[in-house]
Design a protein around this ligand. Structure first.
Ligand SMILES: [Zn+2]
Length: 191
């Protein structure tokens, strides 16, 4: 399935209009898919319509996903404790309090990295049906004046272009590569 990319002139606080049909399957929608993206300290989010069945898919977890999320905290705590102990034992600092302080910083950093890794593992283990719903509409890039959406269903993409006609920046050619994932991805703005 090839996503369609739509760049819209939407400022923070403004909403994207969707037809009242599920973005994942096209059935009448009563639920919402919360679409969000973080870049540094800035988070942009909006809601897209979902039907009840697709909303239920979102709450389902594969056994492996469940295990990652359940064991995740244990891995984080054990990993951080090990880093703290190793720091106190091995760091070439004379004072114990210095080794403890440096160890605490290293342990916190390790905990954050481990947590991020576990969340990624859990996501990789999610059910394909769930991923299809979660990725029906994605926010792939945003800036202060515009955002770029990736839309899985062509019907949804066409309706979004129509309902937000005044805000569409440029129709992306089919098969256009998405902006690089992560920080620094700015949507193109021709103004
Ligand atoms: Zn649906």
């Amino acid at each position: 399935m090839m996503d369609e990319f739509i760049t819209l002139r939407v400022r923070p606080g403004e909403t994207v209009r969707f037809p009242n049909l599920c973005v994942a399957c096209g059935q009448p929608a009563r639920e919402r898919l919360s679409v969000r993206r973080r870049r540094g300290q800035v988070v942009r989010r909006f809601d897209a319509p979902l039907c009840a069945a697709c909303a239920r898919q979102l709450t389902r977890r594969s056994g492996q996903e469940e295990r990652w999320l359940r064991l995740g905290w244990l891995v984080v705590v054990v990993g951080a404790a090990a880093v703290l102990l190793l720091s106190v034992a091995l760091l070439p600092l004379a004072a114990l309090w210095l080794r403890l302080a440096a160890g605490a910083v290293l342990a916190l950093g390790s905990a954050l990295l481990l947590r991020r890794w576990i969340v990624r593992q859990a996501m990789a283990a999610e059910l394909p049906e769930k991923r299809a719903v979660r990725e029906a509409v994605r926010l792939v890039a945003f800036g202060p004046r515009a955002m770029t959406l990736a839309v899985a269903r062509p019907e949804t993409a066409a309706a979004v272009r129509e309902l937000n006609a005044g805000a569409v920046v440029a129709p992306a050619p089919p098969g256009d590569t998405p902006p690089a994932d992560g920080a620094g991805a700015e949507p193109k703005e021709n103004d």
